[in-house]
Design a protein around this ligand. Structure first.
Ligand code: NAI
Ligand code: MG
Length: 506
């Protein structure tokens, strides 16, 4: 990667003469990088995408289409089909037929070959997929290129490995696939969530109807093309696009055996209510309000990197985002100062630029929600700091922000903001940290930062969260199960535990 780096001399002298660099540096101006955008010209986005049903691209019976835009430019990228209940019915039928005819009868080692093929194709097309992901959803190319796409491929590789070894996965008990899985995913990790859902379902012998989110359908459609090229039997994977109604039609379809949902707690609850009393299996991965807990003895500079990665990279569009920072009172002022300094160096802007740290907010609606909660924080008397960013003229943006002096009852301390907004609170003892961290309706993830390994283990046993990171944050691996407690949902994805969501064990 070639880029010119110029450090402005005024910044150097000003910074050197100040004990607190934040006073001297302007946002993103510590180092001026020349723009280094990833060129999208070799990427082909069709002007229009139909539905991928039964191995063919079909026009929706609904006759309706909708546009997907780039949230960083508001430019229309493509038009996709708006699937009706009838279209969903076609997809479920195709999946059922493929289940009965091919997939449930195929040997695990054969299924594995197809899944490996998908994994390899994802690697081959990684660059294109990363660009489309950043264009359609607004996340920085650094994230889509280095996190989303490699992890999506890793999930297919990992589960391809399981496909012929499932007899060893459930402690010698007999297992069988469930049938047709209806899978509904959100907009924050579009391709990665598709991989999390599709890979284990296929490995275990199920067929799939997947519905991507309405603001980010493109990489799931490119995945459909990969699946087509990998020559999976028709109907094993079907992709239907649309919004909430399409999702509801899929979840409520009587011939779907299993529903897997990732998204908001509200919609998760709706699905759970609708499925009550049916024999359908359900897994829900919902919201979070994770606490990142920093002790005085922690490596603070490292913790700052973890905090920034946990809430500002990816615009806080992460269900396990470290959106509450609990810091030991004696370290509060120093940590806040270090965090402020680091925030001054974050670059917000073009998601396709390789130097961008903070991209665009996924949609106008999400931006409205972030603004509303931030206003509520100000009204409730918390003190706000926002990095003084230059906001691009077009698109949806929100500057990296934190609040200090918030009480636990504030909305910004309780509700999922799903934006680059951190709420900082303090504690004096480990017990107080645990109590505050657990004082939430969610329980998806948490982070602990300390010099003492024993303290991490102690905290991990007391924290009610599905994933707990020690001296790091937002690290994923397909072999590591992920999922929540309380209103963050139930069921696990990844690892051996994740397989059991797609089989009946006798
Ligand atoms: P959402 O829950 O409405 O959307 C997630 C998926 O569910 C999308 O594919 C959507 O089309 C589908 N869906 C919507 N209504 C449905 C229904 N009645 N039945 C079946 N499927 C349905 O999330 P939304 O509105 O995009 O975001 C709202 C908030 O949800 C965010 O501000 C954030 O707090 C949270 N969220 C959490 C996510 C997570 O990963 N846990 C991901 C996305 C949003
Ligand atoms: Mg879009």
């Amino acid at each position: 990667m070639s880029q010119s780096i110029t450090k402005s001399s005024t910044d150097v002298t000003a910074a050197a003469s100040e004990r607190r660099p934040s006073a001297a540096l302007e946002f993103g101006q510590a180092w001026d990088y020349a723009p280094a955008p990833e060129a999208p010209d070799h990427v082909r986005i069709d002007p229009r995408y139909g539905l991928f049903i039964g191995g063919r691209w079909v026009t929706p019976r609904s006759g309706r289409w909708f546009q997907t835009i780039s949230p960083s430019t508001e430019q229309v990228l493509s038009e996709v089909a708006d699937a009706s209940a009838q279209d969903v019915d076609d997809a479920v039928r195709a999946a059922r037929e493929a289940y009965d005819k091919y997939w449930s009868k195929m040997k695990g080692s054969e299924r594995a070959k197809y899944i490996f093929r998908i994994a390899r194709a994802l690697q081959e097309k990684a660059r294109e997929l990363a660009i489309v992901e950043s264009m359609d959803g607004g996340k920085p190319i650094k994230e889509s290129r280095d996190v989303d796409i490699p992890l999506a491929a890793a999930h297919f590789f990992y589960h391809a490995g399981w496909a012929d070894k499932l007899d060893y996965a459930f402690h010698g008990r007999r297992w069988r696939p469930l049938g047709v899985a209806g899978q509904i995913i959100p907009w924050n990790f579009p391709l990665l969530m598709a991989a999390w859902k599709i890979a284990p379902a296929l490995a275990c012998g199920n067929t799939v109807v997947l519905k991507p989110a309405e603001t980010t359908p493109l990489t799931a459609l490119l995945l459909a093309k990969i699946i087509e090229e990998a020559e999976l039997p028709p109907g094993v994977v079907n992709i239907v696009t649309g919004a909430g109604e399409t999702g509801a039609a899929l979840a409520n379809h009587p011939d779907v055996d299993k529903v897997a949902f990732t998204g908001s707690t509200d919609v998760g609850k709706k699905i759970q209510r609708a499925l009550a009393g049916t024999t359908k299996r359900l897994t829900l991965e919902l919201g979070g309000k994770a606490a990142n807990i920093v002790f005085e003895d922690a490596p603070l500079d490292q913790a700052v990197e973890g905090i920034v990665a946990g809430i500002y990279f990816n615009q806080g569009h992460v269900c396990c985002a470290g959106s509450r920072l609990l810091v030991e009172e004696s370290a509060h002022d120093l940590l806040v100062r270090k965090l402020k300094d680091r925030m001054m160096t974050l670059r917000l802007g073009d998601p396709l630029d390789k130097n961008t740290d903070v991209g665009a907010i996924n949609s106008k609606m999400q931006l409205g929600k972030i603004r509303e909660l931030v206003e509520a924080g100000e009204k409730e008397g918390a003190e706000r700091f926002s990095a003084p960013t230059k906001i691009p003229e077009k698109g949806f943006w929100f500057p990296p922000t934190f609040f200090t002096g918030a009480s636990q009852s504030c909305r910004i301390a309780r509700e999922e903001i799903f934006g680059p907004v951190l709420t900082i609170m303090t504690f004096r003892t480990p017990d107080e940290a645990i109590e505050k961290a657990n004082n939430t309706m969610y329980g998806l993830s948490a982070g602990v930062w300390t010099d003492k390994g024993a303290k991490i283990f102690h905290m991990a046993t007391k924290l009610k969260a599905g994933v707990i990171w020690g001296n790091t944050y937002n690290k994923f691996d397909p072999s590591s199960p992920f999922g929540g407690f309380k209103e963050s949902g139930f069921g696990r994805e990844g690892g051996r535990q994740g397989l059991s969501a797609y089989v009946e064990v006798e």
